[in-house]
Write a protein that binds this ligand. Structure first.
Ligand code: MG
Length: 283
């Protein structure tokens, strides 16, 4: 099943993608829905209805960031073997983790503006959304607690990222990580069986990886993270990006003003974001 957070008629609601449109669910967004212990039953009930007058036509709705209020957004860097090599590093024994804020996330079609940075780079990623509480979990428990998967681009401000050894400041500019367009429930897709992760700029393909080559799978990442911090419904984990980022090119390449960045995982959907660079904005 596919779930979404949509705007329709000035109202924002969680919804099931069904019957060529969206069937509203009783929550304002998927963060609120996943916080309900009975969310799976609510979704199943909505999916079992056929047709009906409550379906909002797709053309009347705008897809928003599906999970706007995670308490935790945790990201894995260096998780695809070819990307690790292009960054000049060895395959890791432990995942490289960093955090973002909910404020860093934005809508699947949002314009991306990062005042203060001129070296914007792309990182197409599979994002995992947590569906039930995890603490000290095994990989099997972590796998069972995944609500579903969505698409992210961990757009990175390399000039800020390189200022210090800690990446955080180059990864946490407000409203620069698009997420969406929908959440596909974990019973429908399996990243370990292989999902393509593709990034294009103005139609030119710059990244193509496959999730079956992740060094740390989604369940392994969630289990590992849950040993030191509790994960709760609606939390988001970004699984890392494949090779082909601009910083790894010779010479390095960065996004330009007006570029259209498309991030796609077939089976989930595509993010389409136009980049806004303000000349002379570097601080
Ligand atoms: Mg990343």
């Amino acid at each position: 099943m596919k779930l979404a957070t949509i705007r329709h008629d000035g109202r924002i609601t969680a919804a099931l993608v069904a019957d060529g449109g969206y069937r509203p669910l009783p929550a304002r967004n998927l963060s609120e829905l996943l916080a309900m212990p009975e969310w799976k039953g609510i979704v199943r009930d909505a999916a079992s209805m056929l047709g009906g007058s409550d379906v909002i036509p797709a053309s009347d709705a705008t897809l928003l960031n599906p999970v706007p209020a995670p308490a935790k957004v945790i990201c894995c860097g260096l998780n695809y073997s070819e990307h690790i090599r292009e960054m000049g590093r060895e395959l890791p024994e432990y995942p490289t983790l960093f955090a973002k804020f909910a404020d860093t996330l934005t809508d699947p079609d949002a314009q991306i503006v990062a005042d203060g940075s001129v070296d914007l780079d792309w990182e197409a990623e599979l994002a995992v959304v947590v569906g039930s509480t995890l603490k000290d979990a095994s990989q099997d428990e972590a796998a069972a607690a995944i609500a579903g998967y969505t698409v992210a681009n961990d757009v990175s401000m390399r000039d800020w990222q390189r200022r210090t050894l800690q990446w955080f400041q180059g990864k946490a500019f407000d409203a620069t990580t698009p997420l969406g367009p929908v959440l596909v429930t974990a019973d429908e897709i399996d990243p370990e069986a292989g999902l393509d992760v593709v990034c294009t700029i103005n139609g030119e393909e710059v990244q193509r990886g496959n999730t079956k080559t992740l060094v740390f799978s989604a369940p392994r990442l969630l289990a590992y993270i849950s040993t030191f911090t509790v994960l709760r419904p609606g939390d988001v984990v970004l699984t890392g990006t494949p090779g082909g980022v601009g910083m790894g090119m010779v010479p390095p390449r960065f996004l330009k003003d007006g570029d259209e960045l498309v991030t796609e995982i077939p089976g989930i959907g595509a993010l389409k974001n136009v980049i806004k660079i303000r000349v002379g904005a570097a601080l």
